[in-house]
Design a protein around this ligand. Structure first.
Ligand code: SAH
Ligand code: SF4
Ligand code: F3S
Length: 458
């Protein structure tokens, strides 16, 4: 029997942040040589992986309900004498792996974000002649992981994520990431550049550099020195065929001048910055252990605007952190008014087991949280509409990264990271083209491209 060539169906469901999306792609890259092909349904899968997120509440409940849905299909396969390997990966696996194994006896495999490069060995143990073993693998060999990922990335479109930094040493009092992803680790510059070049050679035009604290990046450079993110971006700016560079997510305390000035110097670095502030109240920021103030955050944004006046700004906010008063919330609203965001994300505070904030008193009532979240989202949405509508009648450069269900329409992104729906010929998929913006709402723009004669003939 030749296990490496027989085709097997692989289903992966991805929850959470972009880093999980990157990890999912890399798991597919690892499993492809073993004969696994990705499918959209778990029903007849030979392997099903839930790549989970632990950031807000009900994360574990969601995993158990998905596991419950998959279980009968696993049973059906077993009744036919076949096997479905059922695995839980990602941050819930890291945080609550033992709970999963004991509550869901039918789960075969639990592995954390830092051990997925060991998947072939783990699978061999489960499916081999001695099969039936159940495995939990939640170590933190992060350095090893990047050394062992395959030298091949399957590319599915013109955009790609590239993890450059993982883990977090900040310990914001509300956050599970330092526990689920481990401490900060930066990949080597050579490893990152060769992955970037492979992606570009396969057709990628837009790379988003990822890290939980991407601007804390400090990778070993080819010159024996430690490189920061600004230096890495300057080097990537020289890669032929790469058109757009982005990075996410940054922390206000790790902003180096070299990164800020890169926004002036590097034409491929997109005019968009996601810099979460979480709250506009210094009292709350302190309780969150954010180590910056509202004013120091505003000063940082001003430095970016000096370099790149048109830069689009984005943030995350947490509403209803323990002890948040009406005045604290007003401070957040004032900060938002001062900044003027193009797009931002806001969440109700959710206590996470094992984090310091989970033990805090003075919880904010749920109805108060709802009211505040509603007010903040209304303000952010009005800012997004104003930002997007300021483009009506203008021409923007769009990278077409998706096909719409309606034939003749493509989905794309502007340089400012806005989503845009465009009536456009299919030949533009994967390309950058000028688009005239016709209308705009809070989440997307609509536009049209100049049509050529051969498009009409097509
Ligand atoms: N590393 C990034 C983001 C990590 S998680 C950063 O430092 O900004 C993404 C967002 O989820 C956070 O920015 C925060 O707004 C939100 N978040 C994290 N923990 C949360 C919690 N316990 N409750 C509600 N929102 C939370
Ligand atoms: Fe979490 Fe704070 Fe680290 Fe971001 S910086 S991942 S919010 S602990
Ligand atoms: Fe979630 Fe883990 Fe990302 S907790 S947000 S998947 S780092």
């Amino acid at each position: 029997m030749n296990n490496t060539t027989s085709k097997k169906k692989l289903f992966i469901k991805t929850y959470g942040c972009q880093m999980n999306s990157y990890d999912t792609k890399r798991m597919e890259d690892i499993l492809r040589p073993l004969g696994y092909e990705s499918v959209d349904s778990y029903e007849d899968a030979d392997m099903a992986i839930l790549n989970t997120c632990h950031i807000r509440e009900k994360a574990t409940d969601k995993v158990f309900s998905d596991l419950g849905r998959i279980r009968p299909h696993k049973k059906a396969k077993e009744d036919k004498g076949e096997q479905m390997v059922l695995a839980v990966a990602g941050c819930v696996a890291q945080a609550e792996g033992d709970v999963i194994l004991s509550r869901a006896r039918y789960v075969d495999l639990v592995f954390g974000p830092q051990t997925y490069h060991e998947l072939p060995e783990m699978i061999a143990k489960i499916t081999g002649a001695y099969g039936q073993e159940r495995i939990i693998n939640t170590d933190f060999p992060v350095e090893e992981k990047f050394d062992h990922l395959p030298q091949e990335n399957a590319v599915t479109g013109p955009t790609a994520f590239l993890s450059v930094q993982e883990g977090c040493d900040k310990f914001c009092s509300f956050c599970v990431v330092p526990y689920t992803r481990g401490s900060e680790y930066s990949r080597t510059v050579d490893g990152i550049l060769s992955e970037a070049k492979r992606l570009v050679a396969a057709g990628v035009k837009d790379i988003s550099l990822l890290g939980q604290n991407v601007n804390a990046f400090h990778g070993d450079g080819p010159d024996g020195k430690t490189w920061g993110l600004g230096r890495l971006i300057r080097e990537m700016n020289e890669i032929d065929g790469l058109e757009r560079i982005r990075y996410t997510t940054s922390h206000p305390c790790d902003m180096q001048d070299d990164l800020i000035t890169a926004h002036r110097d590097c034409e491929k670095l997109m005019p968009y910055l996601h810099l979460p502030v979480q709250s506009g109240s210094d009292r709350i920021l302190k309780a969150m252990n954010r180590k910056h103030t509202a004013q120091s955050y505003l000063d940082t944004l001003a430095r970016f605007r000096d370099m790149r006046p048109d830069i689009a700004l984005s943030s995350d906010f947490i509403i209803g952190f323990p002890g948040e008063t009406d005045q604290d919330f007003e401070d957040t609203m004032r900060l938002v008014e001062q900044v003027g965001y193009s797009l931002a994300y806001s969440f109700k505070y959710s206590p996470r087991p094992g984090t310091p904030a989970a033990n805090m008193q003075n919880l904010v009532r749920e109805d108060v949280k709802d009211k505040r979240l509603h007010a903040l989202q209304a303000l952010l949405s009005s800012q997004a509409v104003a930002f997007n509508q300021s483009f009506i009648g203008k021409t923007v450069k769009v990278l077409f990264d998706g096909r719409q269900t309606k034939p003749g329409f493509l989905h794309g992104r502007t340089e400012y990271n806005q989503a845009i729906h465009v009536e456009a010929p299919d030949r533009l998929f994967g390309q950058i083209a000028d688009v005239t913006v016709n209308s705009a709402g809070n989440t997307a723009l609509h536009g049209s491209v100049a049509i050529q004669d051969d498009d009409l003939a097509a």
